[in-house]
Design a protein. Structure first.
Length: 523
């Protein structure tokens, strides 16, 4: 059979390559019996290099004390006086039975009459059968023929060579395993196959695009990834200057339920309850409540516009601040002319400031859009526009604190009664909002303030917020907490305007800070 002839030829070649102490005939017989499986080309080369061998020790003829030619100049001897001459690069490994040396330079004497392969098997130039690419040493302890032992064999370390990226087989002697095949190559565990070549894996959060590592999220910027809303400038991630405190400040200011209470009191209970009772407030007071509710609705729209991370892709368009029409609050029953005038001055000052704040929020969102579109010029332009609107809004809101105090004083000094919105008032209003949308009496003032389109959805949601009713006219204006929050908004607008004009772009650090270990004191 062809397979048997192949095994016989391999066994005979190994017997010639591996110098043996005992006769080669039993070695050939044992090899032919053992090697019954098909032999791969790699395994045949490994075996031919001396991995599984017929023998393990060299026993040249006896040497005289005067002459070591041709084996010398090194002499190996055993306790019984036997001596052999061997080359200098072979290790002596004698025992009581033999005066011997290891047969190859890459073997060492592990114990008497027992030589073991070392990693030099894969690098020693004298091993002419080795593959120059296979420099990784693999080994197992196997049973080999040993004529210097009483039983004729011993267990010894025998090795084979693999390429650096391959794994040593733990089951098959002489076999190399490839964890990741890439064309004609074998990639290591810390590599991946890229366009037919083994390349180092990209860092966490990165992936290959072509032959280059790119960020999974955000923009690739040198050795770092720019997060969403920022862009790469040189090797640094930049983003538009952000108003840090705006969202929380606006939320705190608008989330009091004033709009629902004011609208509910002015709404008069809605159609379902109209048969039971009339509206709570006189017409003049209802007009004042609707004006106050409309301005609070405008604040809710600004809050939504300042939502963190909001991106406006229309960054190529210039932002134009809205110019709200003046809200008129005519006097009448329950509302003195002085009180109506004070309320009118307040709501129009707030409306102007809120319109400018809304323009600031829009410009900030468009700056984020420009960063996402990698347009540095327009990003800077939008940030500077936002800074200008913030400065103007802060100026417009400057007198609001005193205007609120004036309105409270005018209402109380003229005998205006507080208007209380009951839970039923608010519930009836919200039922109508769910079924029919924003009440018509509130839509007029909202249109005068420029609130339209998707902004009406924000107002609708705000009207549906939970509210147990409460003071709707004087109480909200006299609340010191509300006034303090509004002052905080004005101050934050002014601060942002100053910082953004000075530095429109913020630098985003792409790597975490490293803690420096404290220095040891001498002495």
């Amino acid at each position: 059979m062809i397979g048997e002839d192949r095994i016989d030829r391999l066994a005979r070649r190994l017997a010639r390559d591996e110098r043996e102490i005992a006769s080669t005939t039993p070695v050939i017989d044992r090899m032919a019996v053992a090697l019954t499986a098909p032999i791969t080309r790699r395994r045949a080369m490994t075996l031919a290099g001396g991995a599984i061998v017929a023998g393990s020790l060299l026993r040249p003829g006896r040497a005289s004390a005067q002459n070591c030619f041709p084996g010398g100049p090194k002499i190996c001897s055993n306790p019984k006086g036997a001596r052999v001459c061997v080359p200098d690069n072979l290790a002596c490994c004698s025992n009581d039975n033999c005066a011997i040396a290891c047969p190859y330079p890459w073997r060492v004497c592990e114990r008497p009459a027992n030589c073991a392969d070392t990693a030099r098997l894969c690098t020693d130039p004298s091993n002419t059968s080795r593959d120059p690419k296979a420099t990784k040493f693999c080994s197992q302890r196997v049973l080999v023929t040993n004529g210097c032992t009483s039983i004729g064999s011993s267990f010894s370390i025998r090795g084979w060579c693999c390429e650096p990226s391959e794994l040593c087989s733990k089951t098959e002697f002489g076999e190399c395993e490839c964890p990741k095949r890439c064309s004609q190559r074998c990639c290591a565990e810390d590599e991946e196959c890229v366009e037919g070549f083994c390349k180092p894996k990209c860092p966490d959060g990165w992936h290959y695009e072509g032959s280059t590592c790119k960020c999974d999220k955000g923009q690739t910027c040198g050795v770092r990834c720019c997060p969403e809303g920022s862009m790469c400038r040189g090797s640094t991630c930049t983003k538009p200057k952000e108003p840090e405190k705006f969202p929380s400040l606006w939320d705190a200011f608008t989330n009091f339920g004033d709009m629902a209470n004011q609208s509910g009191a002015a709404h008069g209970g809605g159609p379902r309850m109209q048969r039971v009772r009339a509206a709570q407030a006189p017409d003049a007071v209802r007009g004042a409540l609707l004006a106050l509710a409309a301005v609070n609705a405008q604040a809710a729209v600004v809050t939504a516009a300042f939502a963190r991370g909001r991106v406006d892709k229309g960054y190529r368009r210039r932002v134009v601040a809205g110019k709200p029409q003046a809200l008129a609050i005519p006097p009448g029953a329950g509302l003195d002319p002085a009180a109506a005038q004070a309320l009118e001055a307040l709501v129009n000052a707030e409306a102007k400031g809120f319109a400018l704040a809304l323009a600031c929020a829009t410009a900030v969102a468009r700056a984020r859009g420009a960063a996402k579109g990698r347009d540095l010029r327009r990003m800077r332009k939008q940030v500077l526009a936002a800074a200008g609107f913030a400065k103007a809004a802060a100026k417009a809101l400057g007198p609001v604190k005193s205007l609120r105090a004036n309105a409270v004083q005018a209402l109380t000094s003229t005998g205006a009664a507080e208007v209380e919105a009951t839970p039923d008032d608010v519930g009836a209003l919200q039922e109508d909002v769910r079924t029919s949308g924003i009440p018509p009496e509130l839509q007029g003032p909202l249109a005068q303030l420029g609130i339209k389109g998707k902004s009406l959805d924000v107002v609708r949601d705000a009207l549906l917020e939970n509210s147990n009713g409460g003071a709707a006219l004087i109480g909200p204006l006299a609340d010191a907490t509300r006034t303090k929050r509004l002052e905080a908004i004005r101050a934050e607008l002014a601060r942002y305007a100053k910082q953004a004009r000075r530095s429109p772009v913020s630098r985003v650090r792409g790597r975490p800070k490293k803690l420096r270990a404290p220095r040891r004191r001498r002495g």
